[in-house]
Every structure is written in C-alpha cells, then in structure tokens.
Design a protein around this ligand. Structure first.
Ligand SMILES: Cc1cc2nc3c(=O)[nH]c(=O)nc-3n(C[C@H](O)[C@H](O)[C@H](O)COP(=O)(O)O)c2cc1C
Length: 307
C-alpha cells in the first residue's frame, strides 16, 4: 500500500493532463451540458464534438438505436460550424480549466487545413483529426481507410498548425497498424482509437433500417474487446502515445486500455448511461493504484504481461 496519493498525471503530445481520462468526441457536447452532473475541472481533458467549417444539420432521424451492450449512431456531424464554435463554445469550455482538444472533420484536405488554421488559437490545446470522413475528391472514400490519404491529410494538418495533432483512427480497416504508421510517419503527435465500427440494424416488421441513414457507428461495451486489441496492436507498431477508447464504463475497463499500451483513455457512450462515469473512472484508477502499490499511473502503460 502506498501512503501518498498516486500520481495520475500523464503527458500526451506535449500536454500535461492531471489524469488520463477524457471525454470522447461527440458524446459530451461542449462540456457545459454535463456541468450539473460532474466536476468538469477534474477531467484529464475534454474533446469536443466534431467541428466543421460550415454549420451542419446532421442526418435525418432516427439517429440513434440501442443495441445489445451498445448503440448505433448516425448523427452526421451536426455542429454550429467553426466560427460559432470559436465565438460561443470555446470561451465556455475554457472556464473548466482543463485542456480542450478540438475534433475536426472535413470533406477535403483543404477543409481540414482551413479548420486547422482557423482553430489554432489560444485556448485550443490540440486538434484531433477525425479521419472517418468521406473525401469528396476520392468519391467519398473515407480518409482513414487508406494509408496514402491518411498520411497526406496528417501532413497537411500538421503543416497548418503549431498545435499537437492527434489522428483518430477508424477500426473499419484491414490492418489498423498500417494506417497508424502512415499517420506517425506524416507527423502526428498522438493517435486516438477507436472510432465507431460501421453497423446496421433492421426493423423486421417494417422491413426498414432502424436508422434514417441506414448504417451507423457502433459504440459501447460491445466494441471494447475489439478496441483493446487494436490499441495493443498499434502500441506495438508505433512510438506515438495513444488515447484508447471503445466501451469504457469503469476504471477496470480503462485499465485494460492502459495495460494494452494507451497513455490516456476516452469515455464516450458511457456518458449517456451515467453522466458521472468519468469521475468514477478517475477515482477507480486512484484506488487501483493504491491497492497495487503503484505510485504513478504511467508505470502501468503497456504493462500487460503475456508470458
Ligand atoms: C453519438 C456519438 C457521436 C460521436 N461523434 C463523433 C465525432 O463527432 N467525431 C469523432 O471523431 N468521433 C465521434 N464519436 C466516436 C466516439 O468519440 C468514440 O470514438 C466511440 O464512440 C468509441 O467510444 P465509446 O464506446 O466509449 O463511445 C461519436 C460517438 C457517438 C456514440
């Protein structure tokens, strides 16, 4: 048993976080929505909902569907656009005193570059590049399913900003380590993974898809073993620090990602189930460290034993 409080702080892409627990993009609004339920000042960081250049209305409803141990969503990047984000959302987010990571999404490399340039302002601590976006120049093929497109996009964004660039990887690929390596070689400062897995579900009585968009992204505990495996694979392939996510509901779940090689973790779908989840995860990490005589959480990163 360690007498002093364990050190939960971690460093990722040059940012010092008081603990490794951050809100995952798209599941935490702009933070303020959750203020009544938890102390936002205790979080490691807040990742915003995707910001696009122009405001977006999102997809036709229904946009979410509960599934066994998870959910499908097809929100469609609804957001007020970069200008309104800077003017209205960012000042409020700053008040919580924790690093703000802005998730950016675009339909072309040019849109990503324009966003990176515009959002490189005081008060934004890092950019998270959502490569799970269709590239209009490549017939809507997702940036993140192709090494070349991921590399080009990463290099273009890194060249347009002095902020740390986190590339958020899609699990909908044949070999995620190849995409991770392409992002690393192109100048990413960190990687986050995983985004949602493409899925669909069908209302058999109506013979129609449950979602207005037909397909959606699967998240929640159902995806966790896939996500832990991908973090473990990527951690062995690249040098970059990783932010692991996918179905984290508890400190034990977060520890799976950390032991597999993640420096930090994101909590997404769990926020819809229990808005105070992240507070419980942070407290649970400290308890685990005390119970195991671990002085620094960083000692657990990649500490999985397989022999
Ligand atoms: C409703 C919803 C909206 C999301 N929106 C975004 C987004 O705008 N950008 C992004 O990169 N990821 C987005 N994600 C993916 C999450 O950030 C996360 O990577 C994924 O859901 C896995 O984590 P979880 O199982 O803890 O939710 C969204 C997920 C959900 C459920």
């Amino acid at each position: 048993m360690s007498a002093t409080a364990p050190d939960l702080s971690v460093e990722i892409a040059g940012m010092r976080l008081q603990n490794p627990v951050m809100a995952a993009s798209g599941t935490f609004g702009y933070g303020t929505e959750y203020e009544p339920y938890l102390d936002l000042g205790r979080l490691g960081a807040i990742v915003t909902k995707a910001v696009t250049m122009e405001p977006r209305e999102g997809n036709a409803p229904p946009r979410v569907r509960e599934t066994p141990a998870g959910m499908l969503n097809a929100i469609g990047l609804q957001n007020p656009g970069a200008r309104a984000f800077l003017d209205e959302k960012l000042p409020e987010l700053r008040e919580f005193g924790v690093p703000v990571i802005v998730n950016i999404s675009g339909r072309s490399t040019e849109e990503f570059v324009a966003l990176a340039t515009m959002l490189s302002v005081a008060g934004v601590d890092a950019l998270e590049v959502n490569v799970s976006c269709p590239n209009v120049a490549q017939e809507g093929m997702y940036f993140g399913v192709d090494c070349e497109m991921t590399g080009e996009l990463t290099a273009a964004v890194a060249g347009a900003t002095d902020l740390p660039v986190i590339v958020k990887l899609s699990p909908n690929v044949t070999d995620i380590t190849q995409i991770a390596l392409a992002a690393e070689e192109a100048g990413a400062d960190a990687l986050s993974l995983i985004n949602t897995l493409v899925g669909m579900s069908i209302d058999v009585e109506a013979r129609r898809p449950h979602l207005g968009n037909i397909t959606g992204g699967l998240s929640g505990p159902a995806v966790r073993p896939v996500a832990v495996h991908m973090v473990w694979q990527v951690a062995r392939a690249v040098e970059l620090p990783l932010i692991g996510m996918g179905g984290i509901m508890s400190a034990g779940d977060a520890l799976e990602f950390i032991l597999a090689g993640a420096t930090a973790v994101g909590v997404g779908t769990a926020n819809f189930v229990e808005p105070a989840t992240m507070q419980g995860v942070i407290d649970g990490l400290a308890q685990y460290c005390r119970r195991h005589g671990v002085e620094r959480i960083t000692d657990l990163i990649g500490a999985l034993e397989t022999g």
